[in-house]
Design a protein around this ligand. Sequence first.
Ligand code: PMP
Length: 386
Amino acid sequence: MRDLLMIPGPVEFEPEVLQALGAPTLSHTDPAFIALFGRALKRLREVCLAPSAQPFVVSGSGTLAMELAVANLVEPGDAALVVNTGYFSDRMAKILERHGAKVTHVRAPPGDVPSLDEVETHLSQGGFKLLSITHVDTSTGVLAPAEPLVRAARKHGVLSVVDGVCATAAETFRQDAWEADVYLTASQKAVGVPPGLALLTVGPRAMEAWRKRRAPVASVYADFAEWLPIMEAYEAGKPAYFATPPVNLVAALDVSLGQILAEGMEARFARHQRMARAFRAGWKALGLRLLPTSEAVAANTLSAVYYPEGVDAALVGGVKGQGVVVAGGLHPDLKTRYFRVGHMNRVGPADVLSTVGALERALAAAGHRAEPGAGVAAAQASLLAG
Ligand code: PMP
């Protein structure tokens, strides 16, 4: 029997999305492909609540989406402020530095987010071109308060770049209303498509900053100058070629974004919150502790949970033996001390109960004492409470 995939990406996908991947590949100039690519771009704008943004869909993973944002906005010597909540904030800093930025980190201990005051203090010193925020850091399961952070950047005339790889289409994000400049993501998590697409919605201030660059972008594949005419052409119903689009992935993206919009963004954000609450109730009833230091900073897209006393990373294999795939830790300082469970995209009550149940059985086999069924009962009570 197939295991249930509950890692923080890739995740379980809808059959209609997978069918689009398995369909005969169209020419990238076929009218049917032009229509679906154009529609997918429009849908991406809607999912990010970003009517004024320019969407980009490029073959690559989330790291390419990060690099596209940085390569186009940063020039050597620019100063960038990184709100650092873990491994993926460090990755953003590495990319920024590689492109010549001077990076300042605002850090918090693992499991927490830096205070808004501290971020504001740095911003008010002036000189920053860009503020980077990891909406959900997948290494720690920490949710950053994106709205006040991007608003602070805007107040100080700094471009905000938000990494939504583990958040987009699950965590509440309103790009235009909050005046966020760049939202970047990838296909394989809450966007609901197997790995392979880098996705960005780039707001007007960021496009303007790119247009005003002094020097050309130092990479051809990453240059908006190559991609913008392609995105504009497909949205206008015309074919264009720069680099061969991943035809089947784009078709799958169109299907998934259509499903996401049919559910509705508010309903989708609320469902992810409900499922995350039920998971947290389950962990608590099993006597487990979250890595995020409070519920307020705990992501709705994954749980990062410490192993209890006497249990180690072998638990992940034990859970797989129970039919559910979860992930080990990723934060460099703590990675042997916790595990991660992804809960995004098509996650529903059945997945919550299956996963908490598998954890209970694996924990019992590892010698952790808990009332049999306590985790499942608490998760169920949370689901029933709505
Ligand atoms: N940012 C975050 C928050 C992520 O979770 C990930 C991947 N887990 C990435 C960036 C990088 O994405 P990818 O692995 O698709 O390159």
